[in-house]
Design a protein around this ligand. Structure first.
Ligand SMILES: Cc1cc2nc3c(=O)[nH]c(=O)nc-3n(C[C@H](O)[C@H](O)[C@H](O)COP(=O)(O)O)c2cc1C
Length: 147
């Protein structure tokens, strides 16, 4: 059974709540899912990690939330290849801002640069949904089945 590592970037807790609910859902579906609070680039090199799920909101002007900037910088610095490992990104944002889901886009580009086997992104628009898990559940179930 695939081992999935979950990380999140969140300012006011929306993305954190989605990351927690997603980890719970993956466990219920029978996957070994773990939510990591202070992730580092080494995490991506763990031989038993099959997939990385990044759940991030966007802050500032298309920026990554403070609690996830460290991982982004660390990955750019150490460049751990993701060959053979898959990445999923739940990008949360608000389409009334010019850089809609900019943080999710940055991580998507980075995962491609690391040659992740597959990179899949779901965008959640705060102007359209107050219940993000309604969109996340079917997407996440399909993503996990593809691992
Ligand atoms: C100060 C501020 C700046 C934001 N900037 C952006 C942005 O540039 N692009 C975007 O898509 N959403 C932006 N958002 C919207 C948030 O990403 C969205 O509300 C998200 O659901 C917040 O999740 P969080 O509570 O996990 O941080 C911004 C929100 C705030 C409060």
């Amino acid at each position: 059974m695939s081992k999935i590592t979950v990380v999140y970037g969140s300012v006011r807790g929306n993305a954190k709540a989605v990351a927690e609910a997603s980890t719970q859902l993956l466990s219920t579906l029978g996957y070994e899912a773990e939510l990591i609070e202070n992730p580092t680039a080494e995490l991506l090199q763990a031989p038993d990690m099959d997939a990385l799920l990044i759940c991030t909101s966007t802050t500032g002007q298309g920026d990554i939330p403070q609690n996830l900037v460290g991982l982004y910088v660390d990955i750019q610095d150490k460049f751990p290849m993701m060959t053979g490992k898959k990445a999923g990104i739940i990008a949360m944002g608000d389409s009334s801002y010019p850089n809609f889901c900019g943080a999710g886009e940055k991580f998507e580009e980075l995962m491609h640069e690391l040659q992740s086997a597959t990179v899949t992104r779901l965008t959640i628009d705060a102007t359209e949904t107050r219940e993000p898990m309604r969109d996340v559940k079917p997407w996440l179930t399909e993503w996990a089945e593809s691992l």
